[in-house]
Structures are given as C-alpha cells and as structure tokens.
Design a protein around this ligand. Structure first.
Ligand SMILES: [Fe+2]
Ligand SMILES: [Fe+2]
Length: 447
C-alpha cells in the first residue's frame, strides 16, 4: 500500500483530500498541519508521495520540504498545491486547491495507479438522486434502486424503463431518494441536466410562478451536483446559463419586490434561492441606472447570484429554520466544520467556478468578493474600495434584500419604505463609491 503524507492546515481541504486519496488511490494517508511535523514523520517511515500546500502558516512549506527531500536524497515525490514563488526540480504543481480531479490524477500518475484501478475502487457504490430530478426523465438511462430498511439496495427500474408512475408511488410511501450505481452517476447527471436545460430554454407561455419553479429546480440540481460531484462542470454551467436567462425574464416581468417575494414564498423556497432572485431584481435596477452598466453586466451578476452562496445550500437544507448568513456563524446548531464552510463559502465557490470554462469572465472574482473581502474569507464590516464596482453592486443588492426581509420578518404587512432602507445602507457603506450606487435606489419601485 502506498504511503501519502499530506501537509495542510486547511480543515476543509484536509477532509476532502484524505477521503478522496484513500478511496480513489487505496493509499494510506497521513495528515499533519505543519511542515515540521511532516519532516518528523520521515524519520519513522519515508512516504512515497508528499502533498503540501504551498504556504502553511506564513512558511514556505513547499521549498522547505523540497530542500529536505533533496538534501537527504529521499525518493519521495512531491506535489505542491498553490502557486510556488520559484521553480523546483521534479515537483508537480496543482495550482487550484479545490480541483480534486487534477490532484487525484497527478497522484495516480506518480504512484502508478491506472484509471481502471481507480474505477474499481470507486466508492460508495450507490449515488443518491432525488425523485424531483429523476422524474424529469421520460426513460432512465441506467438501473435505478431504492434502499431497503435493512440497508440493502433493490432495483426498481432498469435501463430504458419509464419511471414516472413508480416514482409517484414511492413518494406516497415517503421514499424521495432513489439511487443509481455510482459508475452511472455522470450519465444520469448528464441526462437530467439536458432535460432541465431543455425545459428552461422553452419558457415562453409559462407564467412567472412556473418560470421560478423551473429556475428553482435548476438551482437545486446544480447545487446538489456542485457539492457532491464537482467534476460535472459542463452540465452545471449549462444549467446556470439557462437559469440566468430565465431569472432575467422573471425580473423584467415582475412589477415589484413584494410581488416577487410572494411568488417565491408561495413555493416555500429555501433562503439561498429566494434571496438570490430578489437580489437579482435589485441589482437589475441598479445596473440600468449606473452610467457604465450594460446587458452583459446583468447576465454576469445573475450568474454570480446563482452561485455565490451555493456552498451554503446543504447547510440550509440541514438547518431549515436558519436564515441570514452572518447569523449562521453564531448559531449553536452548526458544528465547527459547517461554520468553517460558512466562513469560507465565497472563496470555496469561487475556486470551483474559476475552473469552469464557459462561465462569464470575472464571475469567480465577484463570487469571491461578495462579502466585501478580497480573499473570500469572512465578512467585511468596513467596506473598502479594493473590490470591483460590480462586487459593490452585488453587496448593496444583497444588503437591500436582507434589510427588506428582516423588516418583513418582524411585520408580515410591512410596506417597503425605500427611503428607510437607503438610510440603513448609507450608514453601513460609508465610502463615496458605494453611496453613488445606493443613490440609484432612490426611485426603486415601492409596493
Ligand atoms: Fe447571499
Ligand atoms: Fe454569501
């Protein structure tokens, strides 16, 4: 069994790296959070492969461990995650810390593990698909299973079967999650994406509620695939692009924020989805009123709003009573790992989006900056001029929506008082560049 040493102080990545390296490569993985501890481990047993983050706690871990290996003439191969300042001999660099596929491929190559070996090791054996997505397919492209009470799986449909009626029966019995063999998961994700995109591209004749329902399905499917199977980039971008267009239609045909909220509420949608659409409504208003704003900005912002909080979707699903993002950090209901995701959600989503070839240019940057912090970690209190003008529009739109929703939480009959909300925003965002954007909201339509 190959030995891999991982040196990383990033809790979220640690979890991902260790699980995936063990599952796909069948390797024994040892994790340490400091370069020094890594060096100590060499004295006990020399690893076949070392993976280190480029910088750890302000130290140039990559050079330190590289020098150590060269000096002692160890045979261990070295993979560096990040962007090392200088070139190092026979070192493999994986620039994006979230690109697991690339990392695993590089490790497999170094350890002589073939694609076939990996496919055989692929675990878990079954991949869950919610019925609401599966029911989009007329015929299933592979066998479908349900999980029995004893934990075993039973086949309920085979390739080519129509499944609609069967699913309805299961839903009646309270079974909403079905499964496919995990080797078929890319196939099924691809088929479902095609059918969702196809539906989203043919929305004329639908009313706003139906359109919102379609975007919500796209959003839910994309967010589930994004967090469980990030390699299906093409499918996710196709859905996002199709949703972005329909979001614009929804915004244009709805007369007020209140009306839009009532459409969304009537479907009992999650907070991530609801506030993203409302923020799209507000930012659309702003873009049309800043001198430099154009159609391409609207598309870009809608794409950004579709993805910006996608990492939080599983957390909201688990804690449906929680709402505003900053409150998540202080909630006792969340464990440390979940809080870590909350703190890093802007950066994490941006790191995945940057690998998407057909995403609007710069969308990753806007996602990273959507809480006013350039590296995407945490929430700004003091809003500075070091972020892009479009990021400021996203921030102000989100703040406007949050204020509106908080007031409405207190009083369901709340009548939108734009002036009051503008006062709150002016207090929150002190710089002139932000104030200029806030001014465009003065003629924002009321109720
Ligand atoms: Fe948000
Ligand atoms: Fe956020």
């Amino acid at each position: 069994m190959s030995q891999i040493l991982v040196i990383s102080d990033n809790e979220i990545l640690n979890q991902l790296y260790v699980t995936n390296l063990e599952v796909y490569l069948g390797a024994k993985v040892t994790l340490v959070d400091a370069t020094k501890k890594g060096v100590e481990l060499f004295k006990k047993s020399v690893p076949d492969l070392v993976i280190t983050l480029n910088m750890i706690n302000g130290h140039d871990s990559a050079s330190e461990i590289h020098n150590y290996i060269v000096l002692n003439k160890y045979k261990s191969r070295l993979i560096v995650i990040g962007n090392p300042g200088k070139e190092m001999d026979s070192v493999i660099v994986v620039p994006n810390s979230y690109n697991l596929q690339n990392l695993i491929r590089s490790c497999a190559k170094e350890l002589g593990v073939t694609a076939k070996d990996m496919a055989e090791k692929e675990m878990p054996q079954y991949y869950p698909i919610e019925q609401e997505f599966l029911s989009k397919l007329r015929e299933v492209p592979c066998s479908v299973y349900i999980q029995m009470k004893n934990g075993n799986y039973t086949m309920v449909a085979k390739k080519g079967d129509t499944i609609g009626e069967t699913i309805k029966q299961f839903v009646k019995e309270g079974i909403t999650t079905l499964y496919v063999n995990s080797l078929d998961r890319l196939l099924i994700i691809n088929m479902i994406s095609l059918s969702i995109v196809d539906f989203l591209k043919n929305t004329e004749g639908l009313d706003t509620t139906e359109k919102s329902e379609a975007v919500k399905t796209g959003f839910n499917f994309a967010s589930q695939s994004f967090t469980t199977s990030p390699e299906v980039t093409a499918e996710i971008v196709n859905i996002a692009n199709a949703c972005t267009k329909v979001m614009e239609e929804i915004v244009n045909e709805t007369p007020s924020l209140k009306k839009l909220l009532s459409i969304l509420n009537s479907q009992r949608d999650g907070y991530v989805y609801t506030h993203s659409i409302l923020a799209a409504y507000v930012s659309n208003h702003i873009i049309r009123r800043v001198s430099w704003g154009g159609e391409s900005h609207i598309e870009k912002i809608n794409f950004v709003l579709f993805f910006h909080d996608i990492m939080l979707a599983p957390i909201y699903l688990k804690h449906p009573t929680l709402k505003y993002e900053e409150d998540l950090l202080f909630s006792d209901a969340l464990n440390d790992k979940e809080k870590e995701v909350v703190l890093n959600h802007a950066r994490l989503a941006a790191e995945v989006i940057v690998t998407y070839k057909r995403a609007p240019i710069g969308a990753d940057l806007l996602i990273k900056q959507h809480h006013g912090i350039t590296n995407g970690i945490g929430f700004a209190i003091d809003f500075k001029d070091d972020i892009s003008p479009l990021s400021k529009i996203v921030l102000i739109s989100e703040a406007f929506v949050e204020e509106f929703m908080k007031l409405r939480d207190q009083n369901p009959d709340y009548i939108l008082d734009v002036k009051k909300i503008i006062e709150v925003l002016t207090e929150k965002f002190k710089k002139t560049t932000y104030k200029k954007i806030i001014e465009t909201l003065e003629n924002f339509p009321g109720n």
